[in-house]
Design a protein around this ligand. Sequence first.
Ligand code: ZN
Length: 397
Amino acid sequence: MESMPKDGPVQEGRDFATELIREYYAKSSGIGPGKIESREFGVGTFDTKILSRHLSFKTKEELKGYLVANAPPYISYSTAYYRNPAFRPMENKGWTGSELVFDLDVDDMDIECQKKHGKSWVCENCLESVKSETIKLIEEFLMRDFGFSKNEIAVNFSGNRGYHVHIKRESLQSLSRKAREEISDYIAGNGITFEDFFRFEDFLHTSGRRGKKLAGPRPEDAGWSGRIARSFLSKLKAGPEALASAGMTPAQARSLFKKRALLEMGVRNGNWDIVEIKNKTAFWSALLEKMAVAQSDRIDKNVTKDPTHLIRMPDTIHGGTGLVARNVGSLTDLESFDPMSQAIAFNGREIEVTANADYEIVMGGRTFGPFKDEKVRLPVYAGMYLYLKGLAYINST
Ligand SMILES: [Zn+2]
């Protein structure tokens, strides 16, 4: 789009947004993390998400007073606990522990729609993709592999196009940076090799001849082993294209797909040799490597390894969208969560904007746009969403 005027209309829009943010906080109650007195806070402007840090609050009431008085476009808090969170530099704060947090964002994912609409736009597919990655992280890794229970896991929407997953287990708070890196490596599948999951076993043919059989993971195995087998079977079921996308040639994919019933039976029993494959060690090694990367690269960077990291505070405003970084609740709530309806903060009136957006947005169950330099009246949440994304300016409120 063409660039919007930088002076008058932008500042007026910001003043209006600030008033909406102030109203939101004035009506709010109970915002603020547990152990609030041990956290460091950082606030930002519309231009910079964290401009000043080292803030601290003794109580949620004190925090609310600050939010109403200042109406910051962004506020983040430390996943770390400190004896003196306002002290500086960092070494003087007296770190006593950090929550374990996973941060998933569309920005870190390589999804097709982004090639079309660019990185700054967020479409329904973006939001669905990051939600399903978050569900996968929780179900596959946090619950199945690490054994966390549902009530130890808290999820909140980031306010734009991601989710933060917090683990509420006291004993994990003292984990070192090294330990957090190991968790990250495990989830990313870093260092996975063929030899970790496959081996050649001696076996006796019915003819009496001795042979070697390639034994590999079974779908019900724990951890990565089962994940690899399940992932392969789902590709086998999906067809030759899915198999080819996992790294085999179209001819190999077609040939395996033809023998899928037999191959599936073999893999279910840990026998990956039931279908004849040339250079099978190289074949399965290449496929394994490709599958591990595809499974994990999206989550790779997302364990918050830096114990002094500040992360958006649940139930506060995201100044780039006007949405709330909503606390989602349980895993079941996450499955049906629609941020473009359930994270709406500003409501109750319409504003007139001049909008320029190439794609439609669906908010609050309604569809708006696309707009080509058009004057339109929109619900305040939709008008502000476009304005804060730099795709509209406000004519009248
Ligand atoms: Zn998209």
